[in-house]
Design a binder for this molecule. Structure first.
Ligand code: CA
Ligand code: CA
Ligand code: CA
Ligand code: CA
Length: 223
């Protein structure tokens, strides 16, 4: 019985023991899952919905409490990450800023931290061998409060080399880019839900209760 109990505790604790927490500016990501937490919201990693349209992503994940990130959510995320300029909350305003001007690919670079949290939605190798590849984490999002059927596009791009010419990394929000039925292989969908919404917690809770009951009956038998 003791052995069974130990196995149970190992099973319960293993996801915690193996996980690594990535943190930046109040946002955190436990790399055993698909959810970034920050600013009062949970964000589904953008590579999870890579290649889907807004309509597809909402029909797949909407029942788990996910909704499309609006322009305030996205401006808050990009402004809090602090890419070096101010992003607008208006759905008809695009903005962009440089994230880096030199290439050292350090894990502490803003683009690398963002990729680690939200996932990379496209990697294209350079045209020449040894070129720094094009890497991007990108997603469609938006309110469409003006009812024109157009949604927005957010992307974080690492510095890369294009036909021998170096390009800077950047963070960018573009306005009125796509309809809700448009899908692109390089783009995910930015879905958010209220922080604390979790479908995993009940499972962990009941496993914990089960282990406690097992412990109690083992003790009782011993006595
Ligand atoms: Ca518009
Ligand atoms: Ca970089
Ligand atoms: Ca619109
Ligand atoms: Ca690079």
């Amino acid at each position: 019985m003791k052995k069974i109990i130990s196995v149970f505790f190992l099973f319960i604790l293993s996801p915690i023991a193996n996980s690594a927490l990535i943190e930046h500016a109040g946002y955190s990501y436990d790399d055993t899952g698909n959810v970034v937490v920050g600013g009062g919201l949970e964000w589904l990693r953008w590579d999870v919905t890579d290649g889907q349209s807004i309509d597809q992503a909402l029909s797949t994940f909407g029942s788990d409490g996910w909704r499309l990130a609006n322009n305030v959510d996205m401006a808050n995320l990009f402004n809090t990450f602090n890419f070096g300029m101010s992003f607008d909350t208006d759905e008809n305003t695009g903005s962009y800023g440089w994230t880096e001007k030199t290439d050292d690919e350090g894990a502490d670079e803003l683009d690398r931290i963002f990729f680690a949290m939200f996932g990379i939605t496209v990697t294209n190798p350079g045209i020449n061998p040894g070129d720094d590849p094009f890497e991007m984490s990108a997603a469609y999002f938006g309110d469409d409060a003006d009812g024109d059927g157009k949604y927005n596009d957010a992307r974080v791009v690492d510095d890369f080399v294009n036909k021998g010419t170096p390009s800077f990394g950047l963070a960018m929000i573009s306005a009125d880019v796509v309809s809700s039925s448009h899908a692109h292989t390089n783009m995910g969908i930015a879905l958010v839900r209220t922080e604390g919404y979790s479908v995993d917690e009940p499972t962990t809770f009941w496993l914990f209760i089960f282990a406690l009951v097992a412990l109690y009956s083992a003790k009782k038998r011993k006595n």
